[in-house]
Write a protein that binds this ligand. Structure first.
Ligand code: W6P
Length: 400
């Protein structure tokens, strides 16, 4: 069909990553027509690139009703955007329709994460999922959600800049925002906001919560009174911090008995030439090293919950998709999120961000031959002994 050809055509183009600086520069000389011309090509390119990967998913997964629904949403949205590529003249009416159209697309895709998670549960309940399949799904979901973050960023920038009075970025300094970017994002403000909201949940469930101690360091400037500021998307940072605070608070509350003093969560802000780092240190007893890799796995966190019905009464329960998606937010502008734990003591989580907005480039998945090769051949079977196999071989030889 015509549609498959167009999908092929658009997936041949690589997405064009923008830096935070480019988003800002563009926002300052905001021209709706330029933005429109860029997006009506770039959005279908980004959609097509990830849709080609959806098509490579294990068949079992692709057949799950939820995954199929998501696939349909993408196809519908791809078609809708392409309508604008056909138009030659650019009228105010086109521009208005385009805005309406991308808002509609954003709404259509608002539950993609939950729906894909449901699809993974459906797969688990109906099939045995081998290591290979699990690995492919992990690889796919990281790329898929990153693509989604980037597409929503583009849509948000356009609709916030040109969508009229109705939409405004949240926060007290709304007038200074450029779309959803705060050029003077006060880290301490975002940290306190995330902490207070996580603490509210913690207090509800545990009737108490650990304190927060913030410490700031910077290479030059920075007097004790001035807070570190960066150019960033506060909502992304909030998302990461809220997730990390919830995890730390739960660990602290569970590790220390009632009537004990709860050790505070320490947060160190540092600003260097290249990186801005936020290190959250809890004394929640840590996690074993064997669990570390599981923290970022979608399949691990989607293990069918034993008690779905009372999920709402346990506000801090489960790792969910929170950590893997938080790490994607960090990586989206070439930062990172790493966790290092010492079992028996506590856990450090570090959010890395680029200090320079021109180095904070979008990190985007590109569909190409390597990608499809990955889905075919997957990852190499281990060529190191592991604990399980060495135990097995000993058991076998002892049985003999
Ligand atoms: C823990 C486990 C964890 C994950 C992520 C962030 C903080 C923490 N603390 O004990």
């Amino acid at each position: 069909k015509n549609y498959a050809k167009l999908l092929d055509a658009y997936s041949q183009f690589s997405p064009s990553p923008l830096s935070i600086k480019k988003f800002i520069d563009f926002g300052l000389n905001a021209c709706e027509t330029t933005s429109y011309i860029f997006l009506r090509k770039e959005l279908p390119v980004r959609l097509a690139n990830i849709m080609k990967e959806i098509a490579l998913l294990p068949e079992n997964l692709l057949r799950m009703p939820s995954v199929n629904a998501v696939h349909q949403w993408y196809m519908t949205s791809f078609r809708e955007i392409l309508e604008f590529e056909k138009m030659d003249d650019i009228t105010p009416r086109n521009l208005r329709n385009f805005c309406d159209s991308i808002v509609k697309i954003r709404n259509r895709h608002s539950d993609v994460v939950e729906t894909m998670a449901q699809g993974v549960i459906e797969l688990k309940e109906s099939h045995d999922v081998d290591q290979q399949t699990e690995h492919s799904i992990q690889y796919f979901l990281d790329r898929f959600y990153m693509s989604r973050i980037s597409i929503r960023m583009l849509i948000n920038q356009h609709t916030l800049l040109f969508g009229g009075q109705l939409e405004r970025a949240p926060g007290p300094t709304q007038s200074k925002y450029i779309g959803c970017i705060d050029p003077h994002c006060n880290l301490v403000c975002v940290i306190k906001d995330a902490y207070e909201n996580a603490r509210f949940l913690c207090d509800q469930y545990y009737l108490d919560s650990p304190e927060l101690i913030i410490e700031q360091h910077a290479i030059n400037e920075l007097k004790a009174e001035s807070d570190v500021r960066i150019v960033y998307v506060p909502s992304h940072l909030y998302h990461m911090l809220f997730e990390l605070f919830k995890n730390s608070m739960r660990a602290v509350m569970e590790y220390h008995g009632q009537n004990e003093q709860y050790p505070p969560i320490r947060l160190t802000i540092s600003k260097g030439k290249e990186d801005v780092c936020l290190k959250l240190s809890d004394r929640g007893g840590g996690i074993p090293r064997s669990l570390h890799d599981q923290l970022f796995k979608y399949m691990y966190s989607t293990a069918p919950q034993p008690s779905k019905s009372d999920a709402h009464t346990v506000p801090l329960a489960g790792y969910g998709y929170g950590l893997p998606i938080s790490r994607l937010y960090a990586r989206y502008f070439h930062g990172d999120l790493v966790i290092m734990s010492c079992e028996g003591h506590g856990t450090d989580a570090v959010i890395y961000m680029k200090a320079l907005s021109n180095e904070a480039n979008e990190l985007l998945p590109i569909f190409n031959k390597t990608t499809s090769k990955f889905y075919r051949t997957g990852y190499p079977i281990g060529d190191w002994t592991n604990q399980a196999t060495s135990l097995n071989s000993r058991q076998i030889s002892m049985q003999c």
